[in-house]
Design a protein. Structure first.
Length: 236
């Protein structure tokens, strides 16, 4: 056990999916896993382990933003022996061409600024996803027929920013597809521990068009992302 996680040794599989929302973690486990069991309820950061197509997979919620995310990712990697982390989160599209409800696979991530989304300089140089996981995700998305794009994403520490969407102009000029609040931390801490990582994101709003999904559809909205992440998980 750790201060933030009551799971014991062996309670987590070697591969863990990481949604931010505990309700999403529960929905994912109950909808897609065989014989899911709850391994963590501490601080309502729900964690589950079960089987997908006969292979063990875990799902652990992480909360919002770099600080919360790092607590759970660190404990999974350092205390529970997890070797692969797949973020299953949400993002805001930074291009009108990136459609609402589609998926974005983060092949590269940059901070919104020199400080933002960079794990406070704690883990050194920039890091990216595991190439094999990216390759598997792209292949499976095409095979399943899931609408997706892969490329640069931006990581921000601030949701309500005084500059509004204007702050993304430079990132958009660089071709960034979307913005989230955790992916930079995911890739950096995974590299620090010698683990593999991938961020797969569902577009829930579009900064350019102003479109957004309704919260009432948020769980069913994540079906494609969950299916893709689980298929990648069992092939790792």
């Amino acid at each position: 056990m750790t201060p933030h996680n009551e799971a014991g040794k062996g309670d987590y599989a070697a591969t863990v999916l990481l949604p931010g929302d505990p309700q999403r973690a529960e929905w994912m486990a109950e909808t897609f896993l065989e014989a899911p069991r709850c391994v963590n309820r501490r601080r309502q950061a729900l964690g589950f382990t079960g089987l997908f197509r006969g292979e063990p997979v875990s799902i652990q919620s992480t909360g919002i933003g770099v600080s919360s995310f790092l607590i759970y990712a660190h404990e999974l990697l350092d205390f529970h022996g997890v070797r692969t982390l797949i973020r299953t989160g949400t993002c805001g599209a930074l291009s009108a061409a990136v459609k609402l409800r589609s998926l974005v696979i983060s092949q590269e991530v940059r901070g919104e600024s020199a400080e933002s989304g960079q794990v406070f300089g704690l883990y050194g140089a920039d890091a990216g996803p595991d190439p094999e996981l990216v390759s598997q995700a792209l292949a499976r998305a095409a095979e399943i027929g899931i609408e997706h794009r892969a490329g640069l994403t931006i990581c921000s520490d601030i949701f309500y920013h005084p500059k509004g969407r204007d702050r993304f102009a430079e990132a958009q000029a660089q071709g960034a597809l979307a913005v989230d609040m955790e992916t930079s931390a995911l890739y950096r801490i995974a590299a620090h521990f010698g683990a593999r990582a991938l961020s797969v994101l569902t577009v829930v709003d579009n900064v350019v068009t102003g479109e957004q999904t309704d919260y009432s559809e948020r769980q069913a909205l994540f079906t494609d992302m969950t299916r893709l992440a689980l298929n990648v998980a069992i092939e790792t």
